[in-house]
Design a protein around this ligand. Structure first.
Ligand code: FMN
Length: 206
């Protein structure tokens, strides 16, 4: 099959687009509002876009509390949502009013960050302490500005639970990152394999 995204002529009961760009990591984003109130919400339009230096992005489908807080107070953390945290992660996505602390509401323990003010999710196996860089609104080819905005952050500090480090490397099966698939489906990591990158000489004949 093939469909035109402008015509939405896929003929399926649900738009398949987000079910195809998978798996997506889930960034569990904490931020503070101007009054210092905590906010916690999951974002799967989230990724690292540079390693050296480390930068991350998340996209907000409209100006939700996380985007507003990050733009207004300049900092956020991204806790890695592990498989074991799936229920709390999902619960924290409920559209509660501004000023409601999802972590306190749901009994999610937070731990202080070192380089930014918003705390991280205490039981997450890893967390990124980020400084807000800028927001980029999505503008279509026709010049129309869409409600989605990409928020860019520079990663200043990285927390890793020592238990997920084995022989000096992050052990992915211990990290157990929860991944977002499409619809209401999620995936967990069950197998890891290594594949060194080839040199040019290895793939070029002669
Ligand atoms: C796994 C998961 C991933 C999500 N990813 C996004 C996302 O990338 N962008 C978005 O705008 N909303 C996303 N949502 C919905 C937000 O979490 C939800 O709207 C939440 O209430 C936003 O909270 P906030 O207003 O406190 O930032 C996601 C929800 C779940 C459960």
């Amino acid at each position: 099959m093939h469909y035109d995204t402008r015509l939405k002529d896929h003929g399926l009961p649900h738009d398949p687009f987000t079910a195809l760009v998978v798996p997506r990591p889930i960034g569990w984003i904490s931020s503070l509002d101007r009054q210092g109130g905590l906010n916690l919400a999951p974002y799967s339009f989230f990724n690292a876009v540079s390693g050296r230096p480390p930068f991350v992005i998340f996209a907000s489908n409209n100006r939700k509390h996380s985007q507003a807080n990050v733009e207004e107070t300049g900092e956020f953390t991204v806790s890695i949502a592990s498989s074991a945290q799936r229920v709390e992660m999902n619960a924290s996505s409920a559209p509660v009013p501004a000023g409601v602390d999802e972590a306190a509401l749901l009994g999610i323990d937070m731990a202080p960050s070192r380089l930014v003010r918003p705390p991280r999710v205490a039981k997450s196996p890893a967390a990124l302490e980020c400084a807000y860089v800028k927001s980029v609104a999505l503008t279509g080819r026709d010049g129309a500005v869409h409600p989605t905005t990409i928020v860019i952050g520079e990663v200043l500090g990285v927390y890793i639970d020592d238990r997920v480090i084995v022989d000096g490397r992050v052990d992915f099966l211990r990290l157990q990152p929860l991944s977002r698939l499409g619809y209401r489906d999620y995936g967990v990591l069950t197998e890891v394999f290594e594949m060194p990158r080839p040199t040019a000489e290895e793939i070029m004949p002669g």
